[in-house]
Design a protein around this ligand. Structure first.
Ligand SMILES: NC(=O)c1ccc[n+]([C@@H]2O[C@H](COP(=O)([O-])OP(=O)(O)OC[C@H]3O[C@@H](n4cnc5c(N)ncnc54)[C@H](O)[C@@H]3O)[C@@H](O)[C@H]2O)c1
Length: 329
């Protein structure tokens, strides 16, 4: 893509490719109001702790009430930040999400929401789906729709409410990749959490893969149109990352450098959240690999431990689909 010749930034307010080098400057999240679905555990809890430490107002919504309340109590103690709140929320229930967003606006010191992270998700395989034992009976049972309900319907509800509230964020102006962060106080940011399972198949996880592919579709559509509402939309697609979602037997299988760390996902999410110039970009986050770039700009694994650099966060490009299919084979 030639960003010099095509007016991508001006026409759809999409940023040019990102530079993930170095540590992100997260100071801009101070005084932002950030709403996180599924914030009681894993990535959501990590986002909460990182941004709370920088002075953001965080409102997490989750079905895990004891976990959410404990996280907020602990994080208040650790950071001294009183603007941290838990609101019970089941993302599959429209009215539950409406009440969550309404509560967030009430709890927000400036009466608006700057960033919404559509993070809640579950993983579960349904072995009967591709091999339904009961098809020969008169009444075959329906498939288990819970993964699609949480990971797709839930994300669609969150997105719908995010677009409604973000553009009404008092004092915000339309997101603009050419803005100067120091000059603006309020944001309109939606961060979608897909997965590598949204870019490549994970055999045996048809519903999870379908739901995460759907989130990629949502992201690609929204980034082309959400500028109408001045909303910047970004997406993360983590590989297997060490959180409670990954079962122990899989963690054992992936041991030895094949599972990523939540801290890199939090770093990538912070880069998107702490920089209002980033719009319409997506990153894959995986285990740190030692890699080297050739003269053409292509990356390959480094030959020796002294060679190249360590990288866990990568931008997503359409030609990555071929590579990922080959990887699965
Ligand atoms: N860990 C990984 O390897 C990985 C990889 C790629 C993508 N992801 C995605 O990242 C997101 C966060 O996952 P995680 O690894 O932190 O998992 P996690 O299990 O630690 O956290 C998920 C949270 O979502 C909450 N949740 C589940 N159903 C809900 C519902 N109906 N309403 C509200 N909250 C609900 C859970 O209670 C939990 O607190 C998910 O969307 C997941 O699909 C995870």
């Amino acid at each position: 893509m030639n960003y010099e010749k095509l007016p991508v930034v001006e026409s759809i307010r999409q940023s040019p490719p990102l530079d993930f080098e170095g540590t992100v400057d997260d100071t801009w999240v101070k005084d932002k109001t950030i709403l996180i679905t599924g914030g009681a555990s894993g990535f959501g809890a990590g986002f909460c702790k990182r941004w709370a430490a920088r002075g953001a107002t965080i409102i997490i919504g989750d079905i895990n009430v004891p976990g959410g309340e404990k996280l907020i109590a602990e994080t208040r103690m650790e950071t001294g930040n009183a603007n941290l709140h838990f609101v019970p929320c089941n993302v599959t229930d429209w009215m539950s999400q409406v009440e969550f967003f309404k509560a967030a606006v009430k709890l927000s010191p400036h009466g608006g929401i700057d960033t919404v992270v559509a993070n809640a998700g579950i993983a579960k395989s349904d072995p009967s789906f591709e091999n339904p034992q009961d098809l020969d009976t008169a009444n075959p049972p329906p498939p288990d729709m819970s993964v699609l309900n949480v990971n797709l319907t839930g994300v669609v509800y969150t997105t719908h409410l995010a677009v409604f509230y973000l553009k009404r964020n008092p004092g915000s102006s339309p997101a603009n990749p050419k803005c100067k962060p120091a000059d603006i106080q309020r944001d309109r940011h939606l961060l979608l959490i897909s997965s590598c399972a949204g870019l490549m198949p994970i055999p045996g996880q048809a519903f999870y893969g379908a739901s995460k592919h759907a989130v990629v579709g949502l992201y690609r559509n929204l980034r082309a149109t959400s500028f109408v509402h001045g909303i910047r939309v970004n997406m993360l697609a983590p590989y297997f990352i060490d959180t409670p979602m990954v079962p122990t037997r899989l963690k054992v299988m992936l041991a030895g450098g094949h599972i990523g760390k939540a801290e890199d996902v939090i770093e990538a999410a912070t880069r998107f959240t702490a920089d209002p110039r980033i719009a319409g970009r997506a990153a894959v986050v995986g285990p740190k690999l030692r890699v080297k770039q050739d003269a053409k700009g292509d990356w390959d694994l480094a030959k020796t431990p002294q060679d190249g650099e360590e990288k866990a966060i990568w931008e997503v490009y359409p030609d990555d689909f071929e590579d990922s299919d080959l990887f699965q084979r």
